[in-house]
Design a protein around this ligand. Structure first.
Ligand SMILES: Nc1nc2c(ncn2[C@@H]2O[C@H](COP(=O)(O)OP(=O)(O)OP(=O)(O)O)[C@@H](O)[C@H]2O)c(=O)[nH]1
Ligand SMILES: [Mg+2]
Length: 594
């Protein structure tokens, strides 16, 4: 199959274009370094299937951060029929440099100038014909986000495929002199691009005057994050209640009548195991979807890059930088992509230290556990405050970790960060991102949840002749064995079992509880409120927050660090910290008579 690769500087809209052309769901965001790995998809061009590859953005061909290596490795190991270079039409004076470097690779190529809408707004005029003649290459001026110019793109790609029948490897070692490129660049830019001397006062500059304010900038940022979370729960909770009521009807009016004549263990397996376990997890879906949609707004607006800028000074004191903070925010969705996002960091020490702190970020899987526990144990106002306290704790643990380990991972690289203009996501983008991310959450969760729920049902129901989840079951023995470790934390036997399963994935925790107590979501909350008090619940939540997020993060930690000893450290340190924090909290609370 023929293959075309999308190449360009970070944040030029490669993934947006890729998604539009192929219908794929690559992550898009107004943040240089959104894509850190290659992604490919097929598209029908000139009557044949063609593989299109979306690559991380690169500033030049000599870069040595891990995402830039991905590109170099791809070019030198995978034959391509042509390169599709995508540049930001508003920054051609800076970006054409990359095109000239790529041209030296002697692959057939076509050039796409994206962000035509922004260029027009800024009053930038590009003489396409002249530029095309100067560069000796087809040029299309498009707007990937709004779908303008796709006819031209398809024609250009088909033309590229016709002129390049043979797939070939790019010569990434090709020699070229940067100085010669600079001189050529200056001449081309002044001949073909007309930029107004005074840029019109645009929205970005006006907004930044407020949002990057030296004093109010940071409080404003935290205030908006706080408002965002309020909105997610405010909108999500009624939806969640609706969904769990629906699931309840399904259980009482469909499942129970259908299973009336089935043997008892089978009924128990299906209703107490599969249905309660999976249904309880499913009822959190509305909140998770909303959460991802709102995060997509934050990511796509460009506010994330501002957060990095605002937090940089503070993070530098911890041995991190502004980007580490942004990765932590991305980790609120899921830690795995956030860990991979650290590939944009060149300094290995900085990268490792950032990877140490990301797993403390309270991801959507843990959020689900806390939503459940706080609403079961606390009154509404206290529940919201508790949740907020857990978010604060997650940042406190991350900062503490950085402080403790910054001596081991010393970083000397200053932060150079581009602040992209503010952009407002289209509804289409929001829907696609919300759908993709939640789909990812569900797919990742579903396998684990079903397997975990089935396993827990067996452990808590075998042998069949004793009461489920009693000390005589397999689960009872396991819990007795773990008891000495968890008793000083006020975590009872059954809860300690869920922690064991939570090590695999936090999505399992609530499903596991539902199976252990043989109860659907509503009843489970009542049972829990009876069995444990708020001190025990808080101790359990603190432990859940701090210890290892899931097996997937461990796998990614290993893959990205390529070091077993680092991975061990990144697993054992939070485990120890979790125990210590819960211990101190529980013992202090009890000694105060709470
Ligand atoms: N105004 C405007 N914004 C666009 C256009 N195309 C993409 N964007 C926005 O530009 C930002 C970056 O888009 P991405 O597709 O993630 O860029 P990328 O080149 O894949 O970035 P990296 O993966 O970081 O290299 C997002 O906020 C997009 O919504 C466009 O034609 N016009
Ligand atoms: Mg991308």
């Amino acid at each position: 199959m023929k293959r075309l690769a999308l190449l360009g500087m970070p944040n030029t809209g490669k993934s947006t274009l890729f998604n539009r052309l192929t219908g794929a769901g690559a992550r898009v965001g107004n943040w240089p370094g959104m894509t850190v790995d290659m992604l490919s998809a097929k598209v029908l061009l000139a009557g044949g299937m063609v593989e299109l590859v979306d690559l991380p953005g690169i500033y030049n061909l000599h870069g040595f951060s891990d995402d830039e290596q991905v590109v170099r490795h791809f070019l030198s190991s995978q034959p391509v029929n042509g390169l599709v270079v995508i540049l930001d039409a508003t920054q051609l004076d800076r970006q054409l440099n990359l095109f000239l470097q790529l041209r030296a690779l002697q692959c057939p190529m076509t050039l796409i100038l994206n962000m035509a809408d922004e260029a027009r707004q800024l009053g930038i005029h590009i003489n396409q014909e002249k530029l095309s003649a100067e560069l000796g290459c087809d040029i299309s001026l498009v707007s990937a986000k709004y779908g303008h110019g796709f006819e031209a793109i398809r024609k250009a790609l088909e033309h590229l495929l016709r002129t390049a029948p043979q797939a070939m490897l790019a010569h990434t070692e090709a020699l070229h002199s940067d100085e010669a490129i600079e001189a050529e660049l200056d001449r081309i830019v002044s001949d073909t691009i007309n930029t107004p001397v005074v840029l019109p006062p645009n929205l970005t500059r006006r907004l930044d005057r407020i949002l990057l304010h030296p004093v109010f900038g940071l409080p404003l940022f935290f205030l908006s994050m706080f408002a965002l979370f309020q909105l997610v729960y405010g909108l999500g909770t009624p939806l969640q209640n609706g969904l769990s009521a629906l699931l309840g009807y399904f259980n009482s009016d469909v499942l129970t009548p259908v299973l009336r004549h089935a043997p008892t263990p089978l009924t128990s397996f299906i209703t107490d195991g599969l249905f309660n376990g999976i249904g309880t997890v499913l009822s959190f879906l509305p909140i998770i979807v909303l959460f991802f949609v709102f995060m997509a707004i934050v990511e796509d607006s460009g506010y994330l890059a501002r957060a990095a800028f605002l937090m940089d000074a503070l993070m530098a004191r911890l041995g991190l930088d502004g980007r580490s903070f942004v990765m932590q925010l991305m980790g609120l969705g899921c830690n795995v992509p956030a860990l991979m996002g650290t590939r944009v960091m060149r300094s290995r020490a900085l990268r490792l230290l950032t990877m140490m702190v990301i797993p403390f970020s309270l991801c959507s899987a843990r959020l689900q556990v806390f939503l459940f526990f706080t609403s079961a144990i606390f009154k509404p106002f206290a529940a919201a405050s508790m949740l907020f306290f857990l978010y604060l704790t997650s940042f406190a643990m991350a900062f503490l970790t950085a402080l403790v380990w910054r001596g081991k991972f010393r970083n000397h690289e200053p932060l150079l960060l581009e602040l992209p203009p503010y952009r407002f996501p289209t509804t289409r983008q929001l829907l696609v991102q919300g759908w993709q991310q939640s789909g990812h959450f569900l797919r990742g969760a579903s396998g684990f949840i079903v397997a975990g729920v089935v396993l827990i049902w067996f452990l808590t129901h075998v042998p069949f002749n004793v009461a489920p989840a009693s000390p005589a079951t397999l689960a009872g023995h396991l819990a007795a064995w773990m008891h000495p470790v968890f008793a000083p934390l006020g975590i009872n036997r059954l809860l300690s079992l869920t922690l064991l399963f939570g090590f695999v994935a936090k999505e399992i925790v609530i499903g596991a509880l539902a199976v252990i107590y043989s109860a659907g979501e509503k009843n489970l909350a009542g049972i829990l409120a009876h069995q444990i008090d708020w001190v025990q619940a808080t101790s359990f939540m603190l432990f859940t927050l701090i210890y290892t997020p899931c097996l997937s993060t461990i796998a990614v930690l290993k893959q990205e660090s390529k070091s077993i000893s680092f991975t061990l450290l990144a697993v054992l340190w939070p485990l120890g910290l979790a125990w210590l924090v819960s211990f101190v909290f529980y013992q202090t609370a009890r000694s105060l008579g709470w």
